[in-house]
Design a protein around this ligand. Structure first.
Ligand code: SAM
Length: 261
């Protein structure tokens, strides 16, 4: 499959699953405690930039999970995504919350921005969907201002490193979904990803691979941050089936690094 066709398939897939994905994304940040913890964590990750309004790019913004939070913190935010359906949802959410964000269509691996445009480039759950993660990280580095920070949040969504206990919980979660919702949760989530999986090197992203790519791109002061406090707080508002089949199972992480001055 050519690179162009692959991107078209990925775009079509995310357009198709945008509503279902947003439904799950909306389970986050339900309580004040969850919002406070997320904001404190994000604030800590960008605090090296000082107390000022920052230019922030959320790549693969989807329904705007990170973009909207950074905007609520008073920053100047651009959310970029391949999927127009996702961008429409993110724009609606920003309007409902009276937040000022710019949303635009673009490719995370070939950004439509000049060098050194942003103080922060952030992304959440994007890297595993990309055919060329190394190229993407070099692009994110290019658009960062000197001294700017790159934040990557992702996880290992495969079953490769799961213990028997974790696999059992996932099976229990799926069974519970089947009996309570009458649907098989692992069917119909996306149309394209199964047969594209071999073209996406990072279906299971581990922090070691991300750190290696960030080092290769020239970032420095790279560090992995713990996310257990966020997962525990997030889980409080999730239905049990979703907790079992998703939240409690997969290893997640945040890695951040800086562009040299
Ligand atoms: C798993 S969702 C994550 C959405 C959001 N960041 C979040 O935390 O909920 C992945 C998003 O990345 C977008 N995406 C996939 N490949 C992309 C690319 N090459 N460039 C820009 N966005 C892309 C998809 O359209 C989708 O909205």
């Amino acid at each position: 499959m050519s690179s162009h066709n692959l991107k078209e398939r990925i775009t079509e897939d995310w357009n198709w699953r945008s509503q279902e994905y947003t439904g799950r994304s909306d389970m986050y940040l339900q309580s004040e405690k969850q919002q406070r913890l997320w904001q404190q964590t994000l604030h800590g990750l960008i605090s090296s930039q000082g107390e000022r309004t920052l230019d922030i790019l959320d790549v693969g913004t989807g329904p705007g999970f990170l973009a909207l939070q950074f905007a609520r913190m008073g920053h100047q935010v651009t959310g970029l995504d391949l999927s127009l359906s996702m961008l429409e949802i993110a724009s609606e959410k920003a309007a409902q919350r009276q937040l000022n964000c710019t949303f635009l269509q673009g490719d995370a691996e070939a950004l439509p921005f000049a060098d050194c445009s942003f103080d922060i480039v952030a992304n959440r759950h994007l890297l595993w969907t990309l055919p060329h993660p190394g190229r993407a990280i070099r692009e994110w580095m290019r658009v960062l201002k000197p001294g700017g920070r790159l934040l990557i949040m992702d996880g290992d969504w495969t079953s490769r490193h799961l213990s028997r206990k974790q696999k059992l919980r996932i099976a229990m979660g799926h069974t519970l979904t089947f009996f309570t919702k009458g649907k098989i949760p692992w069917k119909g989530k996306g149309r394209g990803y199964d047969d594209m999986a071999h073209l996406l090197p990072f279906s299971g992203v581990d922090p070691g691979k991300v750190i290696a790519l960030m080092e290769a791109a020239g970032l420095e002061e790279i560090k992995e941050y713990d996310v257990q406090h966020l997962l525990a707080a997030d889980a409080e508002s999730f239905p049990l089936a979703y907790r079992w089949s998703f939240i409690d199972s997969h290893r997640r992480f945040i890695v951040a690094g800086s562009k040299p001055e």
